[in-house]
Design a protein around this ligand. Structure first.
Ligand code: PMP
Length: 375
C-alpha cells in the first residue's frame, strides 16, 4: 500500500504512527551552512559588501525602465542584453558570458555541469568556504591542498594535489577570501599548466586587484579555453541585494552551464539592474579608489597595533591579535557596536579576524574600538 492518511489528511506510517520525515542524503549530513551571524550593530564590517549604495543615476534609470518590463511574461532566457553589455565591458563575445543569481550560483552551475559523483574539485585552504561546500552538495569530491603559513600557493603542493586527484575543476580565488592576497599571473599560468581540467578563478574581489585572469581568457592562446573567471555584482557594483554574478569563459563552458541552469533562472528585473549598472563604470572606479585608499589607511593603523596582518588586494583585511583570544576581541568589538568576521575556527586561520573596508567614518570607529579592546 502506498501509504495511509488520517482524518486530517496527514501521512501515517504502516504501524499507524506519524510517518517520519525522510533522512537527507548521507553525504550532506556532515555539512553545516555558511553564514555570518548578523548582529544588530551600527558598524557592519563582516560580509565584504560595498559600503556605498548604488549611484543615484542608476536608481533613476532603473526606476524609469522598470515601467517597460513585461511582468506577465517570462524573462529573456538568454539574458541577451545583459550578456552583450558584459561582453562589451570585458571585450569578449556574448557567447563567452553566463549569468546567474550571484556568483555562488555560477559556481553551483559549474559544479553541476562538470562535477558530481566520481569527479573531484581541487582547492587550497584557507580559501572561500563555499567552493568546498557547493562541491560537496553536488556530490563532487573535494581534494583540499594547503597554502603556506603566509597563505601563498606553493606550486609543489598544487602539483601534488592535482597529480593525485586529477580534478575536473581547480579553484583559485584571487584575491583570496579571507586572506586578501591575489595570485600573480605567473601563478595562474603555472596552475593552468598543471591542471588537467578547468581552472576556475573566482574574482569576486577582482576589481580591487592589480591583475586579472580575464587577460588569459581574452588572449585566446591555446589551453586558455580551460580558464573560467567568475565575477559578481555584490561587491564593487554595490548590488549584493540584487544577487547577480557571471562567468567569462569559452563558449563550451557557457553552454555546459546553460544545460544545468533552471529555465528562466535570471529574472527580468535583475537583468535590467545589471545591464544599467554597467553604464556607471566611472563611478565604480572612483569607489574602488576610495576603498583602496581606506584599505591602506587601515593597514597602516593595524601595523601600529599588536596584531599580525597580511597584504590585501581586496576590500577586506585579515588580522590576528597577538597573544589575545580572537573570540574575546570579536566580542569586545561587538560590545562597541562594530561587527567583523570571526574566522578563528576556520581551518588554517586560528586566531584570525577579517574586517571589511567600510566608509571612512566606519573604519575610524573600527580602529578606535580595536585599539580600546587591545589596550
Ligand atoms: N566568491 C567569493 C570569493 C566571495 O567572497 C563571495 C561572497 N562572499 C562570493 C563568491 C559570492 O558572492 P555572490 O554570490 O554574492 O555573488
Amino acid at each position: 500500500m502506498a501509504g495511509l492518511t488520517d482524518a486530517s489528511g496527514s501521512a501515517r506510517s504502516d504501524d499507524g504512527g506519524p510517518r517520519p520525515l525522510p533522512a537527507v542524503r548521507d553525504d550532506l549530513v556532515a555539512l553545516t551552512g555558511y553564514h555570518s551571524p548578523q548582529v544588530d550593530v551600527s558598524v557592519r564590517l563582516n560580509t565584504n559588501e560595498s559600503p556605498f549604495p548604488p549611484p543615484e543615476g542608476w536608481l533613476r534609470e532603473f526606476q524609469a525602465e522598470l515601467a517597460d518590463v513585461d511582468f506577465n511574461r517570462y524573462p529573456d532566457r538568454q539574458a541577451g542584453r545583459l550578456r552583450s553589455a558584459l561582453a562589451e565591458a570585458h571585450q569578449v563575445a556574448p557567447s563567452q558570458v553566463f549569468c546567474a543569481n550571484g556568483s555562488n550560483e555560477v559556481l553551483q552551475c559549474l559544479l553541476l555541469a562538470y562535477g558530481g559523483p566520481g569527479r573531484s574539485a581541487a582547492l587550497f585552504e584557507p580559501t572561500y568556504t563555499m567552493h568546498g561546500q557547493i562541491a560537496r552538495t553536488t556530490g563532487t569530491a573535494v581534494a583540499a591542498g594547503r597554502r603556506t603559513d603566509d597563505f601563498r600557493l606553493d606550486l609543489g603542493e598544487v602539483s601534488r594535489v592535482l597529480g593525485e586527484a586529477k580534478p575536473v575543476l581547480t579553484f583559485l580565488c584571487s584575491p583570496n577570501n579571507p586572506t586578501g592576497m591575489a595570485e600573480p599571473p605567473a601563478t595562474v599560468d603555472a596552475v593552468l599548466a598543471l591542471a588537467p581540467g578547468l581552472v576556475v578563478v573566482d574574482e569576486a574581489y577582482g576589481q580591487f586587484a592589480r591583475s586579472t585572469a580575464l587577460d588569459l581568457v581574452r588572449s585566446g592562446a591555446a589551453s586558455t579555453d580551460r580558464v573560467v573567471v567568475v565575477r559578481t555584482f555584490s561587491k564593487t557594483w554595490s548590488m549584493a541585494g540584487v544577487r547577480l554574478g557571471y562567468l567569462v569563459a569559452s563558449p563550451e563552458v557557457v553552454a555546459a552551464c546553460e544545460l544545468v541552469a533552471l529555465p528562466y533562472h535570471l529574472d527580468a528585473v535583475k537583468q535590467l539592474a545589471g545591464r544599467l549598472a554597467l553604464r556607471f563604470g566611472d563611478q565604480m572606479e572612483r569607489r574602488i579608489s576610495v576603498l583602496t585608499e581606506e584599505r591602506g589607511r587601515i593597514a597602516s593603523a593595524l601595523a601600529g597595533l599588536p596584531v599580525e596582518t597580511w597584504p590585501s588586494e581586496a576590500n577586506f583585511l585579515l588580522f590576528r591579535p597577538v597573544a589575545r583570544d580572537a573570540g574575546a576581541v570579536w566580542s569586545g568589538l561587538v560590545a562597541r557596536s562594530v561587527l567583523v568576521r570571526d574566522c578563528s575556527t576556520w581551518p588554517g586561520l586560528t586566531g584570525c579576524l577579517r574586517v571589511t573596508v567600510g566608509l571612512p567614518g566606519e573604519n575610524d570607529r573600527f580602529l578606535e574600538a580595536l585599539s580600546e579592546v587591545l589596550r
